[in-house]
Design a protein around this ligand. Sequence first.
Ligand code: SAM
Length: 250
Amino acid sequence: MATLRTIKRRVRAIFKPETVLHRGQILPGKNLRFGGAHFLDNEAFLAAGERDARALMQWCGLTADSVVLDVGCGTGRLAIGIVSTLGNIRSYCGIDVNETAIDWCMRFITPHHPSFVFQYIDIRNERYNPSGLKSAETRLPLQDSSVDVISLYSVFSHMRSGDVCAYLEEFRRILKPGHKIFLTAFVEEGVKDEEENPSGYQREWKGSLHCMRFSLSFFRSLVEASGMEIIFYDHGTETDGQSAFVLQRR
Ligand SMILES: C[S@@+](CC[C@H](N)C(=O)[O-])C[C@H]1O[C@@H](n2cnc3c(N)ncnc32)[C@H](O)[C@@H]1O
Protein backbone atom coordinates (compact mmCIF):
# COMPACT_ATOMS: atom_id res chain seq x y z
CA MET A 1 0.00 0.00 0.00
CA ALA A 2 1.27 3.50 -0.86
CA THR A 3 2.56 5.48 2.12
CA LEU A 4 1.30 8.98 2.88
CA ARG A 5 4.65 10.33 1.66
CA THR A 6 4.29 8.52 -1.70
CA ILE A 7 0.71 9.77 -2.14
CA LYS A 8 1.75 13.36 -1.38
CA ARG A 9 4.62 13.05 -3.87
CA ARG A 10 2.28 11.75 -6.60
CA VAL A 11 -0.21 14.59 -6.08
CA ARG A 12 2.60 17.19 -6.11
CA ALA A 13 4.04 15.67 -9.30
CA ILE A 14 0.76 16.34 -11.15
CA PHE A 15 1.19 20.10 -10.64
CA LYS A 16 5.01 20.29 -10.58
CA PRO A 17 6.54 17.53 -12.74
CA GLU A 18 9.52 15.84 -11.09
CA THR A 19 11.25 15.11 -14.39
CA VAL A 20 11.68 16.53 -17.89
CA LEU A 21 13.08 14.55 -20.82
CA HIS A 22 15.54 16.61 -22.88
CA ARG A 23 17.90 15.32 -25.59
CA GLY A 24 17.41 11.79 -24.23
CA GLN A 25 18.38 12.72 -20.64
CA ILE A 26 16.06 12.75 -17.62
CA LEU A 27 16.43 16.19 -16.01
CA PRO A 28 14.97 17.36 -12.69
CA GLY A 29 11.72 19.34 -12.95
CA LYS A 30 12.28 23.09 -12.99
CA ASN A 31 11.27 23.61 -9.34
CA LEU A 32 13.94 21.06 -8.29
CA ARG A 33 16.94 22.79 -9.88
CA PHE A 34 19.66 24.72 -8.03
CA GLY A 35 21.87 27.50 -9.29
CA GLY A 36 19.82 30.38 -10.63
CA ALA A 37 17.11 31.33 -13.13
CA HIS A 38 19.23 30.54 -16.20
CA PHE A 39 19.00 26.82 -15.33
CA LEU A 40 15.21 26.88 -15.79
CA ASP A 41 15.95 26.44 -19.48
CA ASN A 42 16.38 22.71 -20.18
CA GLU A 43 19.13 23.14 -22.75
CA ALA A 44 21.05 25.57 -20.50
CA PHE A 45 20.86 23.08 -17.59
CA LEU A 46 22.04 20.10 -19.65
CA ALA A 47 24.69 22.05 -21.59
CA ALA A 48 26.16 23.42 -18.33
CA GLY A 49 26.46 19.88 -16.91
CA GLU A 50 28.17 18.73 -20.11
CA ARG A 51 30.51 21.73 -20.00
CA ASP A 52 31.47 20.91 -16.40
CA ALA A 53 32.10 17.27 -17.35
CA ARG A 54 34.43 18.44 -20.14
CA ALA A 55 36.19 20.79 -17.69
CA LEU A 56 36.85 17.79 -15.40
CA MET A 57 38.22 15.86 -18.40
CA GLN A 58 40.49 18.74 -19.36
CA TRP A 59 41.70 19.86 -15.93
CA CYS A 60 41.41 16.80 -13.70
CA GLY A 61 41.93 13.88 -16.07
CA LEU A 62 38.35 12.54 -15.80
CA THR A 63 37.91 9.38 -17.93
CA ALA A 64 35.40 6.53 -18.08
CA ASP A 65 37.68 4.71 -15.60
CA SER A 66 37.63 7.42 -12.91
CA VAL A 67 36.33 7.36 -9.35
CA VAL A 68 34.55 10.71 -8.87
CA LEU A 69 33.21 12.49 -5.78
CA ASP A 70 30.74 15.36 -6.40
CA VAL A 71 30.26 17.32 -3.17
CA GLY A 72 27.03 19.35 -3.11
CA CYS A 73 25.73 17.48 -6.15
CA GLY A 74 22.26 19.05 -5.95
CA THR A 75 19.84 17.36 -8.34
CA GLY A 76 22.55 15.75 -10.42
CA ARG A 77 23.55 18.46 -12.91
CA LEU A 78 27.14 17.18 -13.16
CA ALA A 79 26.12 13.49 -13.01
CA ILE A 80 23.73 14.02 -15.93
CA GLY A 81 26.44 15.96 -17.79
CA ILE A 82 28.94 13.11 -17.29
CA VAL A 83 26.42 10.50 -18.48
CA SER A 84 25.63 12.61 -21.55
CA THR A 85 29.32 13.23 -22.33
CA LEU A 86 31.16 10.05 -21.31
CA GLY A 87 28.41 7.53 -20.49
CA ASN A 88 28.64 5.33 -17.40
CA ILE A 89 31.96 5.83 -15.63
CA ARG A 90 33.61 3.45 -13.14
CA SER A 91 32.22 5.13 -10.06
CA TYR A 92 30.54 8.42 -9.23
CA CYS A 93 29.39 9.37 -5.72
CA GLY A 94 27.25 12.47 -5.23
CA ILE A 95 26.77 13.78 -1.69
CA ASP A 96 24.60 16.62 -0.48
CA VAL A 97 23.05 18.03 2.69
CA ASN A 98 19.73 18.48 0.88
CA GLU A 99 17.67 15.32 1.34
CA THR A 100 15.13 16.16 -1.40
CA ALA A 101 17.90 16.54 -3.98
CA ILE A 102 19.53 13.23 -3.01
CA ASP A 103 16.16 11.49 -3.04
CA TRP A 104 15.55 12.73 -6.61
CA CYS A 105 18.99 11.52 -7.80
CA MET A 106 18.48 8.10 -6.17
CA ARG A 107 15.09 7.68 -7.86
CA PHE A 108 15.90 9.04 -11.33
CA ILE A 109 19.65 8.57 -11.95
CA THR A 110 20.89 5.44 -10.10
CA PRO A 111 18.28 3.02 -11.54
CA HIS A 112 19.50 3.85 -15.08
CA HIS A 113 23.18 4.23 -14.14
CA PRO A 114 24.03 1.90 -11.23
CA SER A 115 27.65 3.11 -10.91
CA PHE A 116 26.23 6.55 -9.98
CA VAL A 117 25.35 6.53 -6.28
CA PHE A 118 24.10 9.31 -4.02
CA GLN A 119 24.24 9.87 -0.29
CA TYR A 120 22.59 12.38 2.01
CA ILE A 121 24.97 13.71 4.65
CA ASP A 122 23.61 15.53 7.67
CA ILE A 123 26.11 18.40 7.85
CA ARG A 124 24.86 21.76 9.06
CA ASN A 125 24.58 24.55 6.51
CA GLU A 126 22.54 27.61 7.54
CA ARG A 127 21.16 27.97 4.01
CA TYR A 128 20.63 24.37 2.91
CA ASN A 129 20.43 22.27 6.09
CA PRO A 130 20.13 24.46 9.21
CA SER A 131 19.47 21.58 11.62
CA GLY A 132 22.44 19.38 10.57
CA LEU A 133 25.56 18.40 12.54
CA LYS A 134 28.77 20.44 12.68
CA SER A 135 31.04 19.80 9.69
CA ALA A 136 34.06 19.11 11.92
CA GLU A 137 32.31 15.94 13.09
CA THR A 138 32.03 14.65 9.55
CA ARG A 139 33.96 11.85 7.96
CA LEU A 140 33.10 11.24 4.32
CA PRO A 141 32.07 7.67 3.44
CA LEU A 142 35.20 7.02 1.37
CA GLN A 143 38.49 5.18 1.93
CA ASP A 144 41.89 6.92 2.21
CA SER A 145 43.54 7.71 -1.18
CA SER A 146 40.64 6.20 -3.14
CA VAL A 147 39.26 9.08 -5.25
CA ASP A 148 40.55 10.27 -8.66
CA VAL A 149 38.54 13.49 -9.08
CA ILE A 150 36.58 15.73 -6.68
CA SER A 151 34.18 18.42 -7.88
CA LEU A 152 32.41 21.18 -5.92
CA TYR A 153 30.50 23.54 -8.17
CA SER A 154 29.06 26.51 -6.29
CA VAL A 155 29.41 24.87 -2.86
CA PHE A 156 32.29 26.69 -1.10
CA SER A 157 30.40 29.81 -2.24
CA HIS A 158 27.87 28.97 0.52
CA MET A 159 30.23 27.88 3.33
CA ARG A 160 32.24 29.64 6.03
CA SER A 161 36.00 29.12 6.20
CA GLY A 162 35.80 26.67 9.14
CA ASP A 163 33.60 24.34 7.09
CA VAL A 164 35.79 24.81 4.00
CA CYS A 165 38.83 23.75 6.08
CA ALA A 166 37.04 20.66 7.44
CA TYR A 167 36.25 19.55 3.89
CA LEU A 168 39.75 20.28 2.56
CA GLU A 169 41.20 18.07 5.33
CA GLU A 170 38.87 15.24 4.31
CA PHE A 171 39.73 15.72 0.62
CA ARG A 172 43.44 15.44 1.48
CA ARG A 173 42.66 12.07 3.11
CA ILE A 174 40.50 10.54 0.35
CA LEU A 175 42.13 11.95 -2.80
CA LYS A 176 44.87 9.88 -4.45
CA PRO A 177 48.26 11.67 -4.29
CA GLY A 178 48.80 13.96 -7.30
CA HIS A 179 45.08 13.92 -8.17
CA LYS A 180 42.88 16.98 -8.54
CA ILE A 181 39.85 18.93 -7.33
CA PHE A 182 37.78 21.29 -9.47
CA LEU A 183 35.81 23.92 -7.54
CA THR A 184 34.22 27.31 -7.85
CA ALA A 185 34.18 30.03 -5.19
CA PHE A 186 33.74 33.78 -4.76
CA VAL A 187 37.33 34.96 -4.46
CA GLU A 188 38.71 38.48 -4.96
CA GLU A 189 41.96 40.33 -4.28
CA GLY A 190 42.14 43.21 -1.80
CA VAL A 191 38.97 42.34 0.17
CA LYS A 192 38.39 41.10 3.76
CA ASP A 193 39.54 37.52 4.41
CA GLU A 194 35.91 36.37 4.44
CA GLU A 195 32.61 38.19 4.19
CA GLU A 196 29.01 37.00 4.04
CA ASN A 197 26.69 38.60 1.45
CA PRO A 198 29.02 41.55 0.63
CA SER A 199 26.90 44.50 -0.46
CA GLY A 200 27.47 45.96 -3.91
CA TYR A 201 29.19 42.77 -5.05
CA GLN A 202 27.89 40.96 -8.18
CA ARG A 203 24.16 41.06 -7.28
CA GLU A 204 21.77 41.42 -4.34
CA TRP A 205 22.18 38.62 -1.76
CA LYS A 206 19.34 37.43 0.46
CA GLY A 207 19.50 35.18 3.53
CA SER A 208 22.26 33.31 5.34
CA LEU A 209 25.22 32.12 3.27
CA HIS A 210 23.80 33.24 -0.06
CA CYS A 211 27.32 34.39 -0.90
CA MET A 212 30.52 33.74 1.07
CA ARG A 213 33.41 35.68 -0.44
CA PHE A 214 37.07 35.07 0.42
CA SER A 215 40.22 37.03 -0.35
CA LEU A 216 42.53 35.20 -2.73
CA SER A 217 45.43 35.16 -0.26
CA PHE A 218 43.23 33.81 2.56
CA PHE A 219 41.70 31.14 0.32
CA ARG A 220 45.18 30.10 -0.85
CA SER A 221 46.33 29.83 2.78
CA LEU A 222 43.39 27.47 3.58
CA VAL A 223 44.25 25.28 0.59
CA GLU A 224 47.95 25.14 1.42
CA ALA A 225 47.34 24.43 5.12
CA SER A 226 45.46 21.29 4.04
CA GLY A 227 48.39 19.92 2.04
CA MET A 228 47.15 20.96 -1.40
CA GLU A 229 48.07 23.67 -3.89
CA ILE A 230 46.21 25.79 -6.43
CA ILE A 231 47.46 24.82 -9.89
CA PHE A 232 44.88 26.74 -11.96
CA TYR A 233 42.77 29.83 -11.24
CA ASP A 234 40.40 31.58 -13.65
CA HIS A 235 38.88 34.71 -12.15
CA GLY A 236 35.16 35.45 -12.43
CA THR A 237 34.32 33.00 -15.21
CA GLU A 238 31.64 30.93 -13.41
CA THR A 239 28.06 31.39 -12.14
CA ASP A 240 27.39 34.86 -10.64
CA GLY A 241 31.07 35.79 -11.09
CA GLN A 242 32.58 32.90 -9.12
CA SER A 243 36.11 31.86 -10.00
CA ALA A 244 37.24 28.41 -11.15
CA PHE A 245 40.03 26.63 -9.26
CA VAL A 246 41.93 23.40 -9.77
CA LEU A 247 43.70 22.08 -6.64
CA GLN A 248 46.20 19.25 -6.54
CA ARG A 249 47.09 17.03 -3.62
CA ARG A 250 50.81 17.37 -2.96
C1 SAM B 1 24.21 26.29 -5.53
S1 SAM B 1 23.89 24.60 -5.20
C2 SAM B 1 24.94 23.81 -6.43
C3 SAM B 1 24.48 22.43 -6.81
C4 SAM B 1 25.33 21.71 -7.84
N1 SAM B 1 26.73 21.60 -7.43
C5 SAM B 1 25.24 22.39 -9.18
O1 SAM B 1 26.21 23.04 -9.59
O2 SAM B 1 24.17 22.29 -9.80
C6 SAM B 1 24.80 24.30 -3.70
C7 SAM B 1 24.65 22.88 -3.23
O3 SAM B 1 25.56 22.64 -2.16
C8 SAM B 1 24.90 21.85 -1.19
N2 SAM B 1 25.63 22.00 0.09
C9 SAM B 1 25.67 23.06 0.93
N3 SAM B 1 26.46 22.80 1.98
C10 SAM B 1 26.94 21.56 1.81
C11 SAM B 1 27.80 20.73 2.55
N4 SAM B 1 28.34 21.12 3.72
N5 SAM B 1 28.09 19.50 2.07
C12 SAM B 1 27.55 19.07 0.91
N6 SAM B 1 26.71 19.81 0.16
C13 SAM B 1 26.41 21.04 0.60
C14 SAM B 1 23.49 22.39 -1.20
O4 SAM B 1 22.56 21.54 -0.57
C15 SAM B 1 23.25 22.56 -2.69
O5 SAM B 1 22.79 21.37 -3.28
